[in-house]
Design a protein around this ligand. Structure first.
Ligand code: PRT
Ligand code: ZN
Length: 310
């Protein structure tokens, strides 16, 4: 697995700046998010959970949040890094893959824990793959030519990179390429196109990016927002567990429960019993429930958990 630490950087040209001049004049903190697509729903949800409410029913290109001093700018994900680099938006929520590919000068402020995927090299399943040398002299179709070129440069591979926007995965079957370099999530698209993932090059998830050198006034709002995002993320994949337990089994239960400090214990009206409350990881939920039942736990409630503020 390979992860780029340094992103190659370029500055926008004057022509690229032009459509953004009028947006730069307005100084309220502005966050660019995807208009529609895979990251839109979770970006809106993250903002909502962090108390930034967007009135969805009359969505426009640029909207002011109802109860937080920010504006939301809706864009195609391809345009978000550039818009933030130019300062037409102060912040953006976008896949790390787009930031790495576009190469604009932006700061990565926070990893947001959704939109997880990887960009991988994949070859037709019937070819014999013996390592990276396979790609020397081959034609590779991709929508991420810059990321791929940097990877090949570093590994000393010389290949012909064909930039394709759209259905990259059909290129080998159509005779347009010998391999592809594309986003993989479940791997289902590769399988259904007769391809095998052979090298995972870049791991990605949604990130919060920012214009370098934001003024202190805006930075204060950004810090507040990031701390709220952090609380929301800590609640991802967590459940709140409430249960009744014979007091004699309490020590055993504490060993089973990985609470943030230790579980809350409340005595019950019925003597010899107590109620226990704690936060558990959803992945371990059933295992924990079964172990607690085995030591006498009853009346187990599993509740949704929204945020954890530490
Ligand atoms: O219209 P706009 O330009 O804004 O959106 P887009 O169509 O360019 O992007 P979109 O909405 O498809 O994806 C937005 C971001 O979601 C990407 O930049 C990634 O950061 C992230 N993401 C996470 C993914 C996937 N998972 C994903 N599976 N983006 C694309 N895919 C596609 C991939 O291209 C391939 O065709 O899904 C297919 C593979 O999926 P599996 O599950 O079959 O492996
Ligand atoms: Zn896009």
């Amino acid at each position: 697995m390979y992860m780029y630490k340094v992103i190659y950087r370029r500055k926008p040209t004057l022509l690229e700046w032009f459509p953004f001049f009028y947006l730069i004049l307005n100084r309220m903190l502005r966050i660019a998010i995807q208009t529609k697509g895979r990251l839109n729903e979770q970006s809106v949800e993250l903002l909502r959970e962090a108390g930034v409410i967007i009135k969805e029913e009359k969505r426009k290109f640029l909207m002011r949040a109802a109860n937080f001093p920010v504006e939301i700018l809706f864009l195609r994900d391809d345009d978000i890094p550039q818009t933030v680099a130019m300062g037409a938006a102060d912040l953006g929520i976008v896949g790390y893959n787009e930031v790495a590919e576009r190469g604009y000068e932006v700061d990565i402020l926070q990893y947001l824990g959704f939109g997880g995927c990887r960009i991988s090299l994949a070859v037709p399943k019937n070819v014999q793959y013996n390592g990276l040398d396979y790609f020397n002299g081959k034609r590779i179709a991709t929508s991420y030519p810059n990321v791929l070129q940097r990877f090949f440069d570093e590994k000393g591979i010389t290949a012909k990179i064909h930039t394709i926007t759209g259905s990259v995965e059909i290129a080998p079957a159509a005779g347009l390429a010998d391999a592809i370099f594309d986003i993989v999530s479940s791997g289902g698209t590769l399988i259904s196109n007769g391809l095998v993932e052979v090298e995972q090059v870049l791991h990605s998830e949604a990130v919060l990016i920012g214009t370098p050198q934001l003024c202190e006034e805006k930075m204060n709002i950004v810090r507040q927002l990031m701390s709220r995002f952090d609380s929301v993320q800590k609640g991802y994949g967590k459940k709140y567990l409430v249960l009744n337990l014979p007091s004699s089994a309490l020590d055993e239960a504490v060993k089973i429960l990985p609470a943030m400090r230790s579980p809350t214990v409340i005595p019950l009206a019925q003597s010899g019993w107590c109620s226990l409350q704690t936060v558990v990881d959803e992945k371990e939920l059933w295992d924990i429930i079964e172990r607690l039942k085995a030591i006498g736990a009853e009346g187990i409630l599993v509740l949704a958990l929204e945020k954890i503020v530490l």
